[in-house]
Design a protein around this ligand. Structure first.
Ligand code: C2E
Ligand code: MG
Ligand code: MG
Ligand code: MG
Length: 294
């Protein structure tokens, strides 16, 4: 009986291994090789100030061009990296690469930008994370005030106590901290004031319908007001239309990021965009006194 059960279990398991697990394993090996051969890349997506239209920061986003499969989304390979421990070298590579790029832009005489780098849930549990960040800042020479680390609320809430200590450590290095994908987790709002965040990024899912749904608009407005009440800078993610941008500007959102202004770009293309001094231009906004504000 037990033996038969064992056999069935085994057969079931091998079938399983032939599909999903096998693919994972192959992907893991390929990802390991990509890291070793430094064939991953970072692309950069601008964040623009909604008052001036100027680029004030960029978010670094990992890209993997697989030799056979083509482009693999970070939504797919970051979880694989997290499950296999590869997130440690990947995270360190991304942070160093982003800091080096920020320094390169500075040395080309471009105005200083805030460089944002994502940290996944698993990275927050990684021993020595703050030391790694400190080491890379020293190595690359980037001003810590120009580095922003983006963390999701779900990642933060997974271990609220440990994360609190970690965030204090990171904050004491002088870096900025952002809550990413705000509104998608199920956490209490209390954490927002308990942790030393500087920036709140409203998730794309709340932005897509702000100009067509009164409910969605109310949610976005409320998040902006709450963020400001807590002295946080508020960034809207996934802004795709001019109407959305105009709405966000009129409700005092600080920055936007999204395809409207630019998709994430490879370093060379981003350098061109910065060198041109490209700005977001929105229709002039009538002020309370009746004159137009640029
Ligand atoms: P995220 O940090 O929330 O990044 C924003 C995502 O929204 C990016 O997807 C970006 O390409 C996409 N996006 C930006 N503007 C628009 C828009 O107007 N419309 C639409 N539909 N999408 C927009 P991407 O690059 O595929 O990255 C997905 C996620 O993977 C990121 O979400 C982040 O959580 C993770 N990720 C990416 N790079 C890294 C990395 O280096 N380290 C870690 N730990 N996670 C990363
Ligand atoms: Mg992010
Ligand atoms: Mg996000
Ligand atoms: Mg997101």
């Amino acid at each position: 009986m037990a033996a038969r059960e064992g056999q069935n279990t085994f057969r079931f398991f091998t079938e399983d291994l032939n599909t999903a697990a096998w693919q994972r394993l192959a992907l893991e090996q390929d990802l390991r090789r990509a890291l070793e051969q430094e064939s991953l890349e970072l692309h950069y997506q601008p964040k623009v100030d909604l008052r001036s239209g100027e680029v004030v920061g960029v978010e670094a986003l990992a890209r993997w061009q697989h030799p056979v499969e083509g482009n693999i989304s970070p939504m797919h390979f970051i979880p694989v990296a997290e499950e296999t421990g590869l997130i440690r070298p990947l995270g360190e590579w991304a942070l160093r690469e982003a800091c080096l790029q920020a320094m390169a832009w500075q040395s080309q005489g471009l105005p200083p930008l805030v460089m944002a780098v994502n940290l996944s849930a698993r990275q927050l549990l990684q021993p020595g994370l703050a030391d790694m960040v400190a080491r890379i800042l020293t190595e690359t020479g980037l001003d810590p005030a120009l580095l922003e680390l983006e963390l999701t609320e779900t990642a933060v809430m997974a271990r609220p106590e440990e994360t609190s200590t970690l965030l204090q450590e990171l904050k004491s290095l002088g870096v900025r901290l952002a809550v990413d994908d705000f509104g998608t987790g199920y956490s209490s709002l209390a954490y927002l004031r308990r942790y030393p965040f500087d920036t709140l990024k409203i998730d794309r899912s709340f932005i897509s319908n702000i100009t067509t749904s009164a409910d969605e608009a109310a949610i976005a407005q409320t998040i902006i007001a709450m963020g400001h009440g807590l002295r946080l800078q508020v960034v809207a993610e996934g802004v795709e239309t001019e109407e959305q941008a105009t709405y966000l500007r009129s409700h005092r959102c600080d920055q936007l990021q999204g395809y409207l202004f630019s998709r994430p770009l490879p370093a060379g293309k981003m350098t061109e965009l910065l060198a041109k001094g490209s700005r977001l231009r929105l229709p002039a906004q009538p002020s309370v006194h009746g004159e137009e504000v640029p």
